[in-house]
Design a binder for this molecule. Structure first.
Ligand code: SF4
Length: 338
């Protein structure tokens, strides 16, 4: 199969570095938001808000850089709550990492904080789940969280440094109908490069409420033509996570699974004896909570596609998974290029 089938949509504002060795470093287990689908909720409860000591963070960053890691994602919890977080980002940047921060916007909503941090980060992901405070704050269960995000967006847009900025939008029954409005609103920001539509993951905080949160794939996929049109006009890359690639139809190249870079997660975790120690986890592909039903066996994208969430199939079934052949991929590519 020729590689040109895997090229990403052309209207990306600029390219993210996806190659090289990626680290995902959880440095703090505290947050003010209480998102109903928080994927880290279990760790945050178990680790009771610990902050990884500064000297441990710095020495681990140094060690991993020497081992050849080039890209670091600083995350938590909410990493901007780490005391003097900009010093951690600056340290990583000076070691030669490309620095990516995942945030709910609380720290960056303060102009002084933003001015200290933004020179040291290359990529930023802001978690946004609706077009207004009524929708967003309901999902974060935190009054004022939407306002903070808007403040963060404004500060990032105004900063002179070049940043690759992504929105991560988790889709649930509560916000699925607002997807076009949300994309419309945030793609106006001059720095937005990518809008990631993440189907809610049956993990962490979402696990016990998954039945009340999950939407059928069709509720998202039926909106893709509208979303793609908005993204094209605004020159923003559109990606989908948590939906089997074959269900994206002619938009299959918008699947985030196809761009997943293997990564090593570093976190603190509790051991069997109750002590807290490092956890290293290598994720070679996008597999979290997913599996491949029998029908996937003949699919040429099995493994590049991460499969389907097992709890999803318990509620909605396998739907119409349609294994790809080389021929069907070419036909769909021709359709989306025409
Ligand atoms: S058939 Fe299976 S492996 Fe292939 S794209 Fe669909 S879900 Fe993914």
């Amino acid at each position: 199969m020729s590689q040109d089938i895997f090229v990403s949509p052309q209207w990306t504002r600029n390219a993210v570095v996806e190659s090289g060795s990626r680290l995902e470093f959880h440095i703090i287990y505290r947050c003010v938001d209480q998102c109903i689908f928080c994927s880290e909720e279990t760790s945050m409860k178990r680790l009771k808000g610990i902050i990884v000591p500064r000297e441990d963070v710095l020495s681990m960053l140094e060690k991993k850089r020497k081992e050849g890691f080039e890209h670091v994602t600083l995350t938590g919890g909410e990493p901007t709550f780490y005391p003097k977080f900009w010093e951690i980002a600056a340290f990583a940047k000076n070691l030669g990492y490309r620095v990516f921060v995942i945030s709910n916007g609380w720290g960056l909503s303060q102009p002084e904080f933003a001015a200290k941090l933004l020179p040291y980060i290359d990529e930023l992901c802001l978690s946004i789940h609706g077009p207004n405070k009524e929708v967003h704050d309901k999902l974060t269960r935190t009054e004022g969280s939407f306002e903070k995000l808007m403040g963060a967006f404004k500060n990032v847009e105004a900063h002179p440094a070049r940043h690759w900025v992504q929105v991560n939008h988790v889709v649930t029954q509560h916000n699925v109908k607002y997807l076009p409005r949300t994309l419309e609103l945030f793609s106006r920001n001059k720095k937005l490069c990518q809008f990631l539509v993440s189907n809610v993951t049956p993990h962490g905080g979402a696990k016990p409420n998954y039945r009340d949160l999950a939407v059928p794939h069709k509720a998202i996929t039926s909106q893709i033509p509208t979303l793609a049109k908005i993204a094209r006009i605004r020159r923003v890359s559109l990606r989908f996570y948590g939906i089997p690639v074959c269900l994206l139809g002619p938009y299959w190249r918008y699947s985030n699974d196809l761009f997943f870079s293997p990564r090593t997660t570093i976190a603190k975790t509790t051991q069997d004896n109750g002590s807290v120690d490092w956890l290293f986890e290598r994720a070679p592909y996008s597999y979290r909570e997913k599996f491949f039903p029998k029908v996937c066996d003949s699919c040429v994208l099995k493994g590049r596609c991460g499969g389907i969430y097992f709890p999803y199939t318990k509620i909605f079934g396998n739907e119409n998974l349609k294994p790809f052949t080389v021929k069907s991929l070419r036909e769909l590519s021709d359709m989306s290029n025409s």
